[in-house]
Design a protein around this ligand. Structure first.
Ligand SMILES: NC(=O)c1ccc[n+]([C@@H]2O[C@H](COP(=O)([O-])OP(=O)(O)OC[C@H]3O[C@@H](n4cnc5c(N)ncnc54)[C@H](OP(=O)(O)O)[C@@H]3O)[C@@H](O)[C@H]2O)c1
Length: 484
């Protein structure tokens, strides 16, 4: 059994942007799976909201089509689908207008958990918050869920925080970073903080370096115009990679409670040293045999935006002094792979001869594909022929250990939405965390913007620009192979 399914309290969940791409691909299929697995109480209700004209029946058909499109056939139990559709309603509402708000107010029930998912463009967050307040729709303890991007820099993030704060308390605001909802990410905390094995070694004395890679094979086509105003630094590093780094580098919180965890993450972000520009490599993918170049995807032939970034980062505190964190993320790469590698130091003295093949231990935490962890340990190669050493993984791949159940490990979105209903903010970013992350990234972006730095071109389907390999080689280290 993967997890005990603990039903949540009755709730009204309103999804603004309930007909959008994210709702169709992630939110609604995730909610269906939670319903199918018995996590939703009888009093659960989900209301899609957008400007398009539709009645409840129309929305049922719309959602049924999304489930068929985005869930594997084996996940679709006709009775469960019908039961789930029965929870759904739809309201036509304009975030910036007057229409629909009175009807929405009438539909909301008293005495149940209220959650409002802002799955719309961030420019509409303020208007939604204001109208929920003005029309007295949101109860005092209602929760709002906001999607990324949370601002484009420190100034816009601060403004957004201030706008939301006019109508909602910080304890009501759930800023989603779906990386934090991944099973392995939470497992990382379990592994670190509930085993004696790792924590005593979790420091510069024993860890040589950490690598965090989030590589994608897709380009930015389809959302090129948006991406071109963002780039890998804003789109991936400032949020996802930063959050992963925090979970690796943070001190043990005193409790697994929202503010205890988030206080420790914030300390890590504030301890990040400004990055030397020589320690950053920016790249832009070229056209492949049958794929367009970045500039074609972005429809901007002069674009200086990076679709790849690799950087060396230092956390300035006692625990991590001298242990670098290497971050790497890119589009149109050789493989789709997200992983964290914690590379331990070599033993201080080897009793074996130099050519026996001894190397260092590695803890590898894979977020995708194949969520799981493995730890390489050096052992003697079996057989005669003297002492030859070989690295073998102690494999904790969920798929192997849990068999078919692993396929049913909840998706990050479904886990996070259930946390919203439970009122647990541990896996959501707090406003000060987001601002601290921007405060660290802004000067880096400002420098290369001022210098009009041109990203290095790299081949589609490669591991990124040559310079990223050199970044590691300079330190006599190497990236782990990109494999899917
Ligand atoms: N898609 C993803 O994979 C993804 C991933 C991470 C984050 N996000 C974030 O999630 C949010 C939604 O993204 P998306 O990809 O789902 O966008 P989308 O496909 O463009 O959908 C936008 C949704 O908002 C509704 N909408 C637009 N203007 C509105 C208004 N004035 N009042 C009420 N509803 C309005 C649209 O319906 P109508 O036009 O009918 O109103 C539609 O349902 C964005 O903040 C995005 O950055 C998306």
């Amino acid at each position: 059994m993967v997890s005990r399914v603990i039903p949540v309290d009755p709730f009204d969940l309103v999804i603004f942007g309930g007909t959008g791409d994210l709702a169709r691909r992630k939110i609604l299929p995730g909610l269906y799976r939670r319903f199918r697995d018995g996590q939703m109480p009888d009093g659960a209700r989900i209301i899609g909201a957008a400007r398009g004209e539709m009645d409840d029946k129309g929305y049922h058909d719309f959602v049924a089509a999304a489930l068929t499109e985005f869930l594997p056939q084996r996940a679709l139990d006709p009775t469960a689908v019908e039961g789930f559709l029965g929870l759904l309603g739809y309201i036509t509402v304009d975030a910036t207008g007057k229409d629909g708000w009175a009807q929405l107010a009438k539909r909301m029930r008293k005495g149940v958990v209220q959650a409002f998912y802002f799955s719309v463009a961030p420019s509409l967050f303020g208007a939604l918050a204001e109208r929920l307040h003005k029309h007295k729709i949101a109860a005092p303890e209602a929760r709002i869920v906001v999607e990324k991007p949370f601002g484009n820099d420190l100034a816009t993030a601060r403004a957004l925080n201030a706008t939301l704060a006019e109508h909602f308390d910080e304890t009501q605001i759930y800023r989603i970073d779906h990386y934090l909802g991944k099973e392995t990410v939470q497992n990382l905390m379990a592994v670190r903080f509930s085993n004696m094995l790792f924590e005593p070694l979790w420091k510069n004395q024993y860890i040589d370096h950490v690598q965090i890679t989030v590589a994608e094979t897709v380009g930015v086509g389809g959302r090129g115009a948006y991406y071109d105003t963002s780039g890998a630094m804003r789109d991936m590093v400032q949020n996802h990679l930063m959050q992963l780094l925090c979970l690796i580098a943070m001190e043990p919180p005193s409790k697994f409670e929202p503010d205890a965890v988030r206080d420790e993450k914030l300390k890590v972000i504030r301890a990040l040293q400004p990055v030397d520009l020589d320690d950053i490599v920016r790249g832009q993918y070229r056209a492949g045999a049958d794929t367009p170049s970045y500039t074609e995807d972005a429809e901007n032939p002069d674009s200086l935006t990076e679709s790849f970034i690799a950087m060396k980062v230092h956390v300035a505190n006692w625990r991590w002094n001298g242990t670098p964190f290497y971050l790497r993320t890119g589009k149109r790469m050789k493989a789709r792979m997200s992983e964290i590698v914690v590379r331990f130091k070599e033993p201080p003295h080897s009793i074996f001869e130099e050519d026996t093949g001894q190397s260092a231990n590695e803890l590898r935490i894979r977020l995708q594909p194949n969520e799981g962890m493995d730890l390489t340990v050096t052992i003697k190669e079996p057989g005669p022929g003297g002492m030859r050493l070989v690295d073998v993984p102690l494999d904790m791949t969920f798929a192997d250990a849990l068999g078919e159940d692993a396929a049913d490990v909840p998706d990050a979105y479904e886990r996070l939405i259930m946390d919203v209903i439970r009122g647990n903010q541990t896996l959501f970013m707090r406003g000060d965390e987001v601002e601290a992350a921007w405060a660290w990234t802004d000067p880096i972006i400002a420098t290369w913007t001022a210098r009009e730095d041109k990203p290095e071109a790299y081949d589609a389907g490669s591991t990124g620009p040559e310079e990223a390999l050199i970044l590691m080689h300079r330190d006599s280290r190497r990236w782990r192979e990109l494999t899917s």
